[in-house]
Design a protein around this ligand. Structure first.
Ligand SMILES: Nc1ncnc2c1ncn2[C@@H]1O[C@H](COP(=O)(O)OP(=O)(O)OP(=O)(O)O)[C@@H](O)[C@H]1O
Ligand SMILES: CC(=O)N[C@H]1[C@@H]2OC[C@@H](O2)[C@@H](O)[C@@H]1O[C@H](C)C(=O)O
Length: 412
């Protein structure tokens, strides 16, 4: 029995998902039990500051330091609170808050894994020379998550693992998505091929073939495009900030999607980029939404029609990714993330996927709301055991690497 806390706030910036998880096993025998799952909302002012930075607002180094301090503090408080009523945890895996993500080679383009190790004649190895030359011609990705682990470890007294993305990026990967390896070990099926589709601010999938033969080598994953980010921004725009999202998709359900607009938007580069690929609000954020609003003007859409059309973009982009980049369609699709609560979006996905059942991970015993937090608890647990956490087939990294930097707590 190992009690681990997983902490994450994602691209929706809706709050800190905290999960207290009892973990056992290592990979094929990995087992988790969710003991507690709570989303701790950000203080309003802090959320606004984070969203401004995510939208590209310039801030000074002093402001960046203050923001990191504030985020680390609320993450540490979430770690303390999630343990109430339970045995203390021995480890924390904290994703932190993404405020900037640049895929290798710049936005929307894929990274390239490194070459294998070939020793030179003395001096530094030729692979080191190759790696240095490669970085000078093919820039690495970059991903910044605030809420540094050292502060969380000090405040909680618990060893904290954080900054999970940088090692994969250093190996030429996208640094995201990182959950596919966890999804594979927790949600594979002996006969059924499955897609585990997260719908957070950004959508991302893990494709898990049936658990037979060399199935582990065939697992795939990448970011499909927008999840809720454009929808949330549109609702905030339409309600002057009164509402943050479209509850159950009810508003969108009262409208009609404009299919010519969806086709126009699906023609954009990101949706045709072959995996590995990752994205964020840098692409599917405020500027993208403003362009969508301009595109929509000629169709004179109602608010409901606009939301129905943005919902259709999310649904159609997910299905487009499956039809274009998967070796074959899955037998089942399991949704997770807050978007899995959007009943209209789920309905549209079911219509577009026809006979392929669209379920949620709740129906296979894994919390759709806290799966990402659980995943970072598992990634920290693996890091602590010296087990790599990335899936090179998903991120494009040149090799498996240990994910996360370890900050020792005083309590253990
Ligand atoms: N009842 C609901 N109806 C419709 N949408 C909902 C509902 N509950 C949550 N959501 C959507 O889910 C979003 C939060 O989802 P989630 O917490 O998975 O995002 P995230 O983890 O921050 O994103 P990412 O996975 O991209 O990092 C909300 O902003 C909202 O758009
Ligand atoms: C840089 C970053 O935070 N990316 C997120 C984002 O949110 C969803 C999608 O894009 C995913 O790739 C990733 O997070 C999840 C937890 C991942 O790494 O698997």
């Amino acid at each position: 029995m190992t009690y681990v806390i997983g902490l994450i706030s994602g691209t929706s910036v809706d709050g800190i998902d905290a999960a207290l998880v009892d973990i056992s096993g290592t990979d094929l025998d990995l087992k988790i039990e969710l003991l507690a799952g709570v989303t701790y909302p950000y203080p309003v002012e802090l959320r606004e500051r984070i969203l401004a930075v995510c939208a590209g607002e310039s801030i000074s180094m002093a402001e960046l330091a203050e923001l990191d301090d504030a985020i680390a503090l609320v993450f540490a408080q979430a770690a303390q609170n999630i343990q109430n009523g339970h045995e203390p945890a021995s480890l924390i895996g904290s994703h932190g808050q993404t405020v900037y993500h640049r895929p290798p080679g710049g936005e929307g383009r894929r990274g390239r894994g490194g070459e294998g190790e070939t020793r030179g004649q003395g001096g530094i190895s030729s692979s080191t020379t190759d790696a240095i030359n490669r970085v000078s011609t093919q820039p690495l990705g970059y991903s910044l998550q605030l809420g540094r682990g050292a502060v969380i470890a000090h405040l909680t007294g618990i060893t904290t693992i954080s900054n999970f993305r940088v090692a994969d990026i250093a190996a030429g990967g996208q640094g995201a998505p990182l959950v596919p390896r966890v999804d594979a070990y927790l949600l594979s099926h002996p006969q059924e091929g499955r897609c585990i589709q997260n719908i957070g601010g950004i959508g991302n999938l893990a494709y898990i073939p049936p658990r037979r033969d060399n199935w582990l080598e065939k697992i795939l994953g990448w970011d499909t495009g927008p999840g809720n980010s454009l929808l949330d921004l549109a609702v905030e725009h339409l309600t002057a900030g009164e509402k943050k999202y479209d509850e159950n998709g009810n508003w969108a359900a009262s409208g009609t999607p404009c299919h010519p607009l969806v086709e126009q938007w699906l023609n954009q580069d990101y949706f045709h980029l072959p995996p590995p690929k990752s994205t964020g609000r840098e692409l599917f954020g405020v500027d993208y939404l403003h362009q969508c609003l301009k595109d929509a003007e000629i169709y004179q859409l109602s608010s409901a029609d606009l939301l129905a059309t943005l919902t259709e973009l999310t649904a159609a982009s997910i299905v487009h990714n499956y039809q274009t980049f998967l070796p074959q369609m899955p037998q089942q699709v399991f949704l997770c993330g807050g978007g899995s609560r959007n009943l209209y979006l789920k309905h549209r996905l079911q219509i577009l996927l026809q006979s392929i059942p669209v379920l949620t991970t709740n129906e296979v015993g894994l919390s759709a709301d806290f799966k990402e937090a659980i995943a970072f608890a598992v990634l920290a647990y693996w890091r602590n055991l010296g087990i790599p956490g990335n899936l090179p087939a998903a991120t494009g990294a040149s090799q498996e690497v240990l994910l996360g930097e370890v900050c020792l707590g005083t309590r253990n």
